[in-house]
Write a protein that binds this ligand. Structure first.
Ligand code: FE2
Ligand code: FE2
Length: 291
């Protein structure tokens, strides 16, 4: 795993090779840069969940700085791959159109308890670890490979951070934890990723004019992620979520869930690619132009 505490100066930017940029990966990375850069809002929310713990606030702030740096590094790479990409304007458009209700003067966790909140964070960090590991293994562009290797290492450390923190909180029943984890997984298709994808892959002057179709954008983003996902990445994510809710990562339930999800992923992926090919034949779908 890569070391903690890396900076943008550790990246060998001069090794960038435009001939090795994959357009599908580029579209996904554009959206990811926006979501990562939005971390300060989550820091504020997490502080409100643990209002009286100054040491924890510092921990959250450091975590937020690392997430923001992920956004910074990805945006800088995107700028090399697509010099027309205006990150500042894209990010401003995303901020103007997306604000989860629980960030608005939040008081307490939307997961019902501080431990529930930390479990939900573990689920997110499991997903990001899996996602950036998949990108690292899939991309042949050397600069992106180096960036996402660093990020995957950070996400794994973040998972461990939230896992350790949740151990210090009052225990919840297994079913309660399972429900929280399943609920957070279900939010993967909510507005945040879909709207980030829309803003990052629509020309700035067309944002707000070209219709935003949440379902289509969520699907387009998901399709780009699934193309690089392999069974080992899924297995890792399932194992990390299983540990977070107190299950054995290699238990038959976890292995069975991984098999089932992988079958669904393959099916969904095939279906989504066919749908995109059909749409392309009809003249192209918005937001899949560069595919
Ligand atoms: Fe991140
Ligand atoms: Fe993270």
């Amino acid at each position: 795993m890569t070391k903690a505490g890396w900076t943008l100066d550790d990246i060998a930017w001069e090794r960038f090779d435009p001939s090795k940029v994959d357009q599908n990966i580029l579209m996904a990375v554009k959206a990811a840069s926006v979501v990562e850069y939005n971390a300060p809002d989550y820091v504020g929310y997490l502080k409100a969940v643990f209002p009286d713990d100054a040491a924890l606030h510092q921990t959250f702030e450091q975590w937020g700085r690392e997430e923001t740096q992920h956004g910074d590094a990805l945006a800088r790479w995107v700028k090399l791959a697509d010099p027309t990409f205006d990150f500042e304007k894209t990010f401003a458009a995303f901020r103007a159109g997306y604000q989860p209700p629980h960030f608005d003067g939040a008081d307490g966790s939307v997961r019902g308890s501080p431990r529930g909140e930390l479990i939900a964070r573990c689920v997110v960090e499991s997903g990001t670890t899996s996602y950036y590991s998949a990108l690292r293994d899939a991309t042949v562009e050397p600069v992106l490979k180096q960036i996402v290797s660093h990020i995957a290492g950070d996400e794994m450390r973040h998972w461990k951070l939230f896992y350790d923190l949740q151990q210090a909180q009052p225990e919840l029943s297994f079913w309660r934890k399972l429900k929280i984890a399943a609920g957070r997984l279900g939010e993967a298709e909510d507005d945040e990723l879909a709207y980030a994808y829309y803003c990052a892959n629509t020309p700035i002057e067309r944002i707000g004019i070209d219709p935003y179709d949440r379902k289509a954008c969520a699907k387009a983003y998901e399709t780009r992620l699934l193309r690089v996902w392999r069974p080992q990445h899924l297995q890792r994510a399932i194992g990390m979520v299983a540990i977070a809710i107190g299950m054995k990562p290699r238990s038959w339930v976890a292995r069975g869930a991984a098999k089932l999800i992988w079958t669904a992923v393959k099916f969904k992926n095939r279906h989504a690619m066919k749908a995109e090919a059909r749409a392309a034949n009809r003249g192209g779908v918005p937001l899949a132009r560069a595919a």
